[in-house]
Design a protein around this ligand. Structure first.
Ligand SMILES: [Zn+2]
Length: 355
């Protein structure tokens, strides 16, 4: 446990649900945990006891990436954990593969509707329909080169990495039910409220139930790691860190005692503390970048080691590049750094007035 985690409270300690099983974390709310084949090695998914149109069953929140192991684990859960009842609704917090990957399979398997924000639904649909050109590929390589990536081997690998999204998200349902900020709807007779969040995904929806004092925080409110906040090749001029920090503050409106159910890590209390920790984390990153860029104008690739000191594989490096650009953009949009496009076609960030 890192020092910051000691400021949070984990009411279930180190207890985790067994693979293929579930653990009750609040009345009618059950925790499913699945392995992911990445550095981020697991995801939390949730079952909420539900009743829709007089039918008893469950709503599921998030689905895992599409792969055989996950489908097998879900089948075990269906067989042993649902009390013989069906899945009635599939709620997806956002369009990242570990959340939406199996949504189409799940919706088809149970003839259940998908609930998601319009933005994330449509982005997922576009990426799936683009197939081999969805993520990675030419656009990503060009974006990283414009931000100073120069290692030919890495550039070639990114250029060749074409079916990244489609591999984990083979399809999405043909229709959906839209969730929007402030919407309230019942799950199993208790009201839940949608809280939109930006900067991590296009339009992430967290769900809060006042009666249970539970927050299904998805990737917006994680206890141990900080959510990835990146500028992407598809939207190169964005300022996602400003959006993320604005969105974080919304969680301070919830009771300090709320039980946070995150997509990664363990259920925790101390959401307000976590908001402050994440604000501090990004403020420290911004200060370190200001310091580094005040010596001389830097590319994102040059600035990256200021924020990420450990060894990164290619996959982690692309995330770290996106995140470094996000921090540089925050400072640039705030007028604290100036962006210059060099004759080499590479962006550098330096102090305004700096040569
Ligand atoms: Zn995510």
């Amino acid at each position: 446990m890192n020092p910051l985690e000691r400021e949070l409270h984990y009411p279930f300690g180190d207890e985790l649900p067994e693979p293929g099983s579930t653990m009750e974390v609040a009345p009618g709310v059950r925790w499913v945990r699945m392995v992911l084949p990445f550095a981020l090695n697991h995801i939390n998914l949730w079952l909420v006891r539900d009743e829709i149109d007089g039918r008893q069953g469950w709503s599921v929140v998030d689905c895992c990436i599409s792969r055989e192991e996950a489908r097998t684990q879900w089948e075990q859960v269906f067989e042993t954990q649902l009390q013989g009842l069906p899945i009635l609704r599939v709620i997806v917090t956002h369009m990242h593969p570990d959340h939406i990957g199996l949504a189409d399979w799940m919706c088809t398997r149970w003839n259940a509707p998908l609930w998601i924000s319009a933005t994330d639904y449509n982005v997922a649909r576009v990426l799936v329909s683009m197939g081999d050109n969805a993520a990675g590929g030419e656009a990503a390589a060009d974006f990283f080169v414009a931000h100073g990536l120069s290692d030919p081997d890495s550039i070639a690998k990114i250029r060749a990495r074409t079916s990244y999204y489609a591999n984990m998200v083979p399809s999405v349902p043909r229709n959906y039910v839209r969730m929007m900020d402030g919407d309230e709807f019942p799950i199993g007779g208790r009201m839940w409220r949608c809280i939109s969040g930006y900067g991590h995904a296009p339009e992430h929806i967290s769900l809060y139930c006042e009666e249970l004092n539970v927050l299904l925080g998805g990737d917006m409110m994680l206890p141990r790691i900080s959510s990835n906040v990146s500028v992407h090749a598809g939207e190169t001029e964005s300022n996602p860190l400003r959006l993320f920090l604005q969105s974080l503050r919304r969680f301070n409106e919830l009771p300090a005692t709320v039980l946070g159910l995150p997509a990664h890590g363990k259920p925790f209390t101390g959401v307000h503390t976590r908001v402050r920790q994440l604000e501090d984390h990004h403020r420290d990153h911004l200060a370190a970048l200001m310091e580094a860029c005040s010596q001389r104008a830097l590319t994102a690739a040059e600035a990256l080691p200021v924020l990420f000191k450990r060894e990164l594989d290619l996959h982690q490096m692309t995330f770290a590049m996106g995140e470094t650009v996000a921090h540089l953009h925050y400072l640039w949009f705030a007028g604290k750094l100036r962006r210059n496009l060099g004759e080499d076609g590479v962006y550098r960030f330096g102090l305004p007035g700096q040569a």
